[in-house]
Design a protein around this ligand. Structure first.
Ligand code: ADP
Ligand code: MG
Length: 824
């Protein structure tokens, strides 16, 4: 068995590839057809027979009922499966991906004469937790051992590039535009360490959208009018085959137009009469670029955002590394190179964009120790060793430590080990390293520069006789670069009872990592209720409103063996732990009473809404958009609206919504874009509200000023000055969140001043008592009302205050806020 994983797999939407790293050499393993890449398509010609790759790809148009492709976009969704009519089976996205992985694995088996049991599989940085989890599931189904790690695609690409680059310091931006997903990452190389500083991306932006846009906006309308086809729509099952052919022809033409200026699209179309007709259409590069433009613009905007969030300008970045098939298109390259319309960073195209991710994954794999199969305890007379060392280093000496185990209890005094690398330059051998009583040792070894050094482990017993030990080898590779660690591409947290997002782990946090948050229960958990549980949606994203972020699963917290009821407000500690592959586990507990909780995060529960629901959401979003467009006259608002227009958001969403009835990937795409669109409209709404909100804040401050004059206290004046400054800053920055905070602080300040005014509590008392239905109809309320009246009659201010405070606590939260504001 290998000591390190060494195998990297790019499991792409369109194409997949597998590579092997040995020392500094990376080999892309060719498939049966002698190709470096294998189309991610599955064809089942009959029950029990599965074909993957080019053959399957060719069937997408001629035999769509028995073929599946582009299923990566459906990874992580519950209840999604592709039907294979002839075989009479359905496969889920992880099962389909597993077929692709098996095919790549068998190519590697042929190449190595040995089946690899572990591999590093890449995922888009933009993937959320549930999508990563589905990828791990696919790996397991394909026969890879648990513990095979995931790596983010842009990181892999940067790693492959790093090997070629000799500079000490550099900033790069990876621009990976594939068939289904778009990823961008800012990478920093410094003192031999590669670090991903920032990710941005869209897991539903890819060449596939361009193909469909060509079909829907150019080819289908032309075909419909030429052959007088009514109801010629993608979601019409009668034309499913025609649309599959048009899509394939569109993609072929798109690829051809990367080499030539104009191409003819020839498609056989079935007509309602049962005949077939040849549709012949000439497509120019200009027409393609026009259709593709909004998708390019969106990718470029995402890159700009990544730079802005990271405080980097284009001049600070040395190279833009082009990755993914779509970056082969001249239209995109021209736009990217343009300093105004593009990003203004020099393009780097030296590496083959279709295998660079697999190469980088293999390089990374060679730095990861092979996950050992669960070691059985050694039998009597046998010896095992647990080794710990860094499998990839940038120094030429490093430490290896280990601990021996025997089949029986043993005093290890007198035993020793030797580590040797007879092929080293020069050959290397340690002296006899004596084991301590428990069988542990540590030593330094020399490693050769820029190579893999393989060491043998020899065990020598007190009599000087060699003993067999497993494992008896280890390898360490010297590199000029190491990987500075993966980062979380999106903040991760939970949705609170008030529907706001509470992030626990922040975007950009290095992983593996763990974080604990403290929350309070919003309802009572009863001891006698066996089913008592708390269910909390888990989301990833950066927006304040939980439902504007991507849902990834459901967290269920169940008390185990409650000894008492847990009232509302009981503190629960939730700990999220994310590993280097971006997989998450969660633990919950109640610190006060030491109650045990069973916490489980279900990442298989994310469903896309039905086509009807999506259609309705689209209509709502369109209405909102129209209203904003008509009312907009602020420059900021106009600019944001123009961006939505330039990214073609609405036409894309409309197309995806229409396709959602027959295409789960389109449904996921539509939902994601709609969510993003709504969030964008929220922001624009806020911007549009800026003048009104500014006025409100200033009015509030003026009112506070009058109150302070009445009070005349120096301390109040000082506080008001501070409030005014904070508010002015927020207004100058046009920062709504800061304005909200300033408003809230001012309100709290004013409430305090009001409370100090004589008669305030009495006024609140009457307000509450005279508003019907405000207090709950309980004996407790009646008692308070009577007590309050007595206190007022006695002119006992303290007693009135005491009663009112109890009353306020009985009110629902909204009412409480009204009370605080009520006062005059
Ligand atoms: P993925 O990572 O999604 O598997 P790839 O990086 O292989 O994808 O890119 C596939 C996408 O690139 C597809 O949309 C394909 O049509 C497009 N593509 C491939 N070759 C070219 C080309 N020469 N010009 C333009 N687009 C291309
Ligand atoms: Mg890719």
């Amino acid at each position: 068995m290998r000591d390190t994983i060494d195998i990297g797999i790019d499991l792409g939407t369109t194409n997949s590839a597998i590579a092997l790293a040995e020392g500094d050499t990376v080999t892309v393993i060719k498939n049966n057809e002698s190709q470096d890449t294998t189309p991610s398509a599955v064809w089942m010609p009959r029950a029990g027979e599965v074909r993957v790759g080019l053959k399957a790809r060719g069937r997408v148009e001629s035999d769509p009922e028995n073929t599946a492709s582009e299923f990566k976009l459906e990874m992580g969704l519950a209840d999604v499966a592709r039907k294979f009519v002839r075989a009479g089976v359905q496969l889920t996205p992880p099962q389909l991906s597993a077929e692709v992985l098996k095919s790549l694995r068998s190519d590697a088996t042929r190449f190595l004469n040995d089946a690899p049991t572990a591999a590093v599989i890449t995922v888009p940085a933009a993937f959320a937790l549930n999508q990563n989890k589905a990828t791990v599931e696919a790996a397991t189904l394909a026969g890879f051992v648990p513990g095979s790690p995931l790596l983010q695609e842009p990181t892999a690409a940067a790693f492959a590039y790093g090997l070629q680059d000799t500079s000490d310091r550099a900033y790069w931006m990876v621009f990976d535009f594939g068939g289904g997903t778009f990823d961008a990452a800012v990478v920093n190389k410094r003192d031999g360490e590669l670090r991903v500083l920032h990710h941005a991306g869209d897991p539903y932006l890819g060449g596939k959208l361009i193909d469909w846009a060509l079909v829907e906006r150019v080819l289908a309308p032309a075909a419909a009018s030429e052959f007088g086809l009514s109801d010629f729509r993608r979601d019409n099952p009668r034309h499913a085959r025609n649309f599959a052919r048009l899509k394939a022809a569109a993609e072929e033409a798109k690829i051809a137009l990367s080499g030539i200026e104009s191409t003819s699209v020839l498609v056989e179309l079935d007509t309602p009469g049962g005949d077939s007709e040849t549709f012949d259409f000439t497509l120019s590069r200009g027409a393609l670029d026009h259709v593709a433009e909004p998708y390019y613009v969106r990718a470029i905007n995402l890159c700009r955002e990544a730079m802005r969030e990271n405080g980097l300008s284009a001049d600070a970045i040395d190279k833009l590394l082009l990755v993914g098939g779509v970056t082969l298109s001249p239209g995109l390259r021209e736009r990217l190179a343009d300093p105004v319309a593009g990003i203004g960073i020099e393009l780097e195209t030296r590496l083959d964009p279709s295998t660079v991710v697999a190469r980088g994954a293999a390089l990374f794999a060679s730095t990861i120790r092979h996950p050992a199969p669960l070691a059985a305890a050694p039998a009597a007379g046998e010896f095992a060793v647990e080794l710990s060392y860094e499998p990839a280093v940038t120094t030429t000496t490093t430490t290896v430590a280990g601990r021996l185990r025997a089949g029986r209890d043993l005093d290890w005094t007198g035993y020793s080990v030797v580590l040797a690398n007879p092929e080293g330059r020069p050959p290397f051998r340690t002296a006899n390293i004596a084991l301590n009583r428990v069988g542990a040792f540590a030593t330094e070894v020399d490693v050769d520069e820029r190579r893999t050094s393989r060491f043998t482990v020899e065990l020598i017993d007190p009599a000087g006789a060699p003993q067999k030990v497993v494992p008896n080898t280890l390898s360490i590779t010297h590199r000029t670069e190491t990987f500075g660690g993966a980062r979380l591409a999106h903040s991760l947290g939970i949705q609170l009872a008030d529907k706001t997002f509470s992030p626990l782990l922040r975007k950009g946090a290095g992983v593996p990592t763990t974080e604990t948050g403290r929350f309070r229960t919003s309802y009572t958990l009863l001891r006698r209720d066996d089913e008592a549980m708390i269910q909390i949606p888990v989301v990833q994203g950066e927006r304040v409103r939980a439902n504007r972020n991507r849902p990834v699963g459901m967290l269920t917290i169940k008390p185990v063996d409650l000894r008492m009821d847990l009232p509302v407000g009981t503190e629960v500690e939730v700990t999220f732990e994310v590993d280097a592959s971006n997989l998450v586990t969660v633990v919950a507990d109640v610190p006060l009473i030491g109650a045990q909780f069973e916490a489980e995060i279900d990442l298989g529960s994310v469903r896309t809404p039905s086509a009807d629901v999506l259609t309705q959401q689209l209509a709502e979003a369109e209405d909102r958009y129209d209203v904003l467009r008509q009312s907009a006259d602020l420059p900021d608002v106009d600019e944001r609206l123009r961006r939505l227009e330039a990214e073609g958001t609405l036409p894309t969403v409309r197309e995806q919504v229409r396709a959602s009835a027959t295409d789960a990937g389109a449904a996921a795409t539509a939902e994601d874009r709609l969510r993003d669109f709504q969030a964008e409209l929220d922001d624009i709404d806020d911007l549009a509200a800026l003048p009104r909100r500014t006025r409100q804040l200033l009015d509030l401050l003026a009112e506070a000023g009058e109150l302070v004059q009445q009070s005349g206290a120096v301390r109040d004046e000082q506080e008001l000055t501070a409030l005014r400054e904070a508010a002015q800053q927020a207004i100058d920055d046009r920062d709504l969140k800061a304005m909200d905070a300033a408003t809230e602080r001012t309100e709290i300040f004013m409430a305090r001043l009001y409370r100090r005014q004589p008669g305030w509590y009495e006024a609140v008392y009457w307000e509450v008592v005279r508003s019907p239905g405000m207090l709950p109809p309980t004996a407790e309320s009646d008692r308070l009302v009577a007590e309050g009246r007595d206190a007022i009659n006695r002119r006992d201010q303290r007693a009135v205050e005491h009663v009112v405070q109890q009353m306020i606590r009985m009110l629902p939260r909204d009412e409480r806020e009204i009370i605080i504001g009520l006062t005059q």
